[in-house]
Design a binder for this molecule. Structure first.
Ligand code: PGA
Length: 243
């Protein structure tokens, strides 16, 4: 691993303000001084302001779970990247599989959102991954198509400003055993495709149990964590995998 580790907790549609405060207090009080990576939290949109204020000047960064594909206009219910940036949000998750499944996000949407984030200097965390369990060769083909559609008109410089989150959809939210060898092979292939300067993180059933093994995979720069980010103890254990 060449880049600093990045561990992101994606809270999805969970956490009320007081729960979020308790979580953050616990993490800030307990981050080991020897941890040299980055920690980030992706709360629901309505909590972005209060959470950015809460973590101001601390070791925790704030991530949006989504952004609109446009900067302004008649798009009821959306939030633009310039609006989240104004709050102090530095990154946005783009194209999470739950957005594809429940909100019909397409590769074209994801491409537009990635571009608009780059234009506003907010780091896009672009999610890719196969829906069904398949052979590594087939997975590489699927993921290659997804990557090509997003990276099609992105410059080499911009590629370094993107974070790629590889998340096998079938492993998300399941807490299942991860085949480390398989994950290692896929990341090796991904690394060849995107180069050494692009942050590449893994998501899908990351837990305190498997975090250490996953953290040892050379081409993984960190994690996107769902379920285990709802419990401050578990999340901290995952962070500690990078000590
Ligand atoms: P999980 O979710 O850690 O619960 O598998 C990961 C994600 O949705 O990014």
């Amino acid at each position: 691993m060449k880049l600093k580790p990045l561990i992101i907790g994606n809270w999805k549609l969970n956490m009320l303000r007081n729960e979020a405060y308790c979580f953050i207090n616990f993490i800030l009080d307990n981050i080991p001084a020897t941890f040299k990576g980055n920690i980030a939290i992706a709360p629901a949109m309505v909590l972005l302001q209060t959470i950015t204020e809460k973590v101001y000047n601390s070791k925790i960064q704030v991530v949006a779970q989504n952004v609109a594909h446009k900067l302004n206009g008649a798009f009821t219910g959306e939030s633009s990247v310039s609006q989240i940036k104004e709050l102090g949000v530095s990154m946005a998750i783009i194209g999470h599989s739950e957005r594809k499944q429940h909100f019909k996000e397409t590769l074209e949407n994801i491409f537009l959102k990635t571009k608009i984030c780059l234009s506003e200097q907010v780091t896009p965390i672009v999610c890719i991954g196969e829906k069904k369990f398949d052979s590594v060769e087939k997975v590489e083909k699927v993921v290659n198509n997804q990557l090509d559609s997003i990276l099609k008109s992105i410059s080499a410089v911009q590629l370094k400003q993107i974070i790629i989150a590889y998340e096998p959809v079938w492993a998300i939210g399941k807490g299942i055993d991860i085949d480390i060898f398989r994950i290692e092979k896929i990341h090796q292939w991904l690394r060849k495709k995107i180069g050494v300067d692009t942050c590449l993180i893994y998501g899908g059933s990351v837990t305190p149990k498997n975090a250490k093994k996953l953290a040892c995979i050379p081409n993984i720069d960190g994690f996107l964590v769902g379920n285990s980010s709802l419990n401050a103890n578990e999340f901290l254990e995952i962070v500690k995998a990078y000590l």
